[in-house]
Design a binder for this molecule. Sequence first.
Ligand code: 4AD
Ligand code: MG
Length: 446
Amino acid sequence: MPIIRVDQISQYEGQEVTVQGWVYNRTDKGKLVFLLVRDGTGFIQCVAFKGDLDEAVFDQLVRLPQESSVIISGPVRADKRAPGIPGGYEVGVKQIQIAQTADIDYPMSLKDHGVDFALDNRHLWIRMQSQWAILRVRATVMAATREWLDTNGYVEMSTPILTPAAAEGTSTLFETEYFDEGKAYLAQTGQLYSEATIFAFGKVYCYGPTFRAEKSKTRRHLTEFWMLEPEIAFCDLDQLMEIEEQMIQHIAQRVIRDRAAELKFLGRDISKLENIKAPFPRMSYDDAATYLLDLYQKETDPEKKELLKFEWGMDFGAPHETELTKLHDQPLFVYGYPSAVKAFYMEPWPGRPEVCKSVDLLAPEGYGEICGGSERMSDHDALLARIHKEGLPESAFKWYLELRKYGSVPHSGFGMGTERVTAWMCGIEHIREAIAFPRTIKRVYP
Ligand code: 4AD
Ligand code: MG
């Protein structure tokens, strides 16, 4: 009998199969026991009929605790009423082997748990349907991202995690002693190294964990998250936006195609994801600022007014991003931010040194920034002056400056936060559920 994957159950209707997995739920109805079994790829109803099994085996089933591991063989039947993911099929239990009878004190029963309890038990929580569905979507987001880049001529270049200096502001650095070399810092980005690798490979990306000692306790911030960063030689800001929208559209389409059952379980309105079609609307920071200032001035509720406080030059807070994304069903590009609120390496806007060639991509439905990117400074002396102005250690950036001496070209790149995109695809509230083991300022366990 073939050992099958539950996500492919529909191919086996009428056949005898073997399913290997864990008992997620059990309901007894006299001569029948219904087991909801999960195998990692899905959840399937398995129905044991007393008459089909040894009495001793059936008695064991009636008492089988949640999370016991089992190997079940029997026929696949279509039944619209059968619960599960994808659902609509069941397996009749003809044979069952119990690999382990789980302890009866399993802490993650199928009722709702408080968030802290659930996070303390994250190693078990990931077995639950909702968390399983979210993390499957995450894996597809990552696979689709790589698929798009790999088929469009990008070369994956892994960048170091241990780095000699800050790249995205000194306030969010994790530092560690590094033998006799002084201090090293956990990478906030791989970008600077990707800027080096484009001069060897043209179009590259790095995809790895990045670290921010973020003091923020928002639903959008982790201290460790997975960032995808493409970097492209001979690419300006407009070309960069085209790359971003093509890639994001591809991710959304693959998630819709491959994770329909998971999205359905999560109650995600798929039409919202079907809207994600390039080209995305573009808005300058100046226009966004005018719009937000007007909203702020017109707001009469004092509490809301405080949140919407705005003047030209400020970075957007979450409430500002939410207001801007209400303007469209599509993700929105906002470009040309004030240099003062962005990183040191961004190319100044021609004729307007107070503005830089930066672009953020804001996701609709209140999700806000999912990608941040820019054209990079390509002139050696301008970059050196900026490094001095920011008080960054010139010696640590010697190699980075040299990239501007030997064949410098206009080049651009962006970073995409995997967990933010996953949360948006899934329609969930908090990004801590979009990674298997979240790290926040209050949590390094489990
Ligand atoms: O806007 P950020 O800070 O940009 C960079 O790091 C650039 N070096 C990227 C580049 O141009 N190569 O971060 C990029 C994205 C954000 O848009 C957001 O999606 C995500 O990374 N991100 C976070 N996600 C979770 N928790 C945090 N603390 C995050 N900080 C940034
Ligand atoms: Mg950003």
